[in-house]
Design a protein around this ligand. Structure first.
Ligand code: SF4
Length: 203
């Protein structure tokens, strides 16, 4: 995949990839499209935070889901203090994502209209230790912005990009979301040490 090839190339050149600006500069040095900046930055952060994220208990992981994934015309959810309160009606992928997460032990799902509500939620819950890691589903620029901000708060994030961005009727790779939700949960199969008591779904 082109993006991983570019990351490997930049890494082999010893480029500074620690910030979005640094990534942007590095891409211009090798004459690559700067539009790839956010994608590369998010993928680097995903890799860097994967282990830390995996160690956080699922009940301390918040899942931020963009409201643009909702079926706007038919969604029966009400809007509450922390975003849309999904009732899992099955008319968009959000209900299935939440159901799968709940089976794994997740308790915090936020269907949000944008970054300002994410900030409010983090401000209310991160200092109390209720949120120690985050899954973000969003477009590349929003994921990059979130990765920058959460780095400062020392909250490991795993970002999942929308396959089709926009204001409504967006798409996400649900399988990729499920894989991210499951990170760290089945380590005992490899190590013999159970990190989470949840049973594997479908077994
Ligand atoms: S699954 Fe949830 S978010 Fe999606 S349309 Fe139904 S109530 Fe709304």
């Amino acid at each position: 995949m082109k993006i991983y090839f570019i990351i490997a190339k930049l890494a082999s050149l010893g480029a500074d990839l620690s910030t979005r600006n640094a990534v942007r500069m590095a891409l211009s040095l090798i004459s690559e499209d700067e539009e790839l900046t956010d994608q590369i930055y998010v993928e680097i952060k995903n890799k860097a935070y994967r282990e830390d994220f995996s160690k956080v208990p699922v009940e301390k992981r918040a899942v931020f889901i963009p409201q643009c994934l909702r079926n706007v015309r038919e969604c029966p959810a009400n809007f509450g203090e922390y975003g849309w309160e999904c009732v899992k009606c099955g008319k968009c992928p959000i209900g299935g994502i939440i159901e799968h997460g709940e089976r794994l032990g997740y308790r915090q799902f936020y269907v949000v209209p944008g970054g300002s509500l994410v900030k409010k939620i983090l401000k209310a819950k991160a200092p109390k230790g209720e949120i120690k890691a985050a899954v973000g589903i969003a477009c590349w620029p929003e994921l990059a912005e979130a990765a920058e901000k959460l780095s400062i708060l020392k909250i490991p994030i795993q970002g999942v990009p929308l396959l089709r961005a926009g204001c409504i009727n967006t798409l996400v790779d649900v399988e990729r979301v499920r894989e991210v939700l499951e990170l760290g949960l089945y380590e005992h199969e490899k190590t013999g040490v159970a990190l989470s008591p949840v049973p594997k779904p479908g077994l």
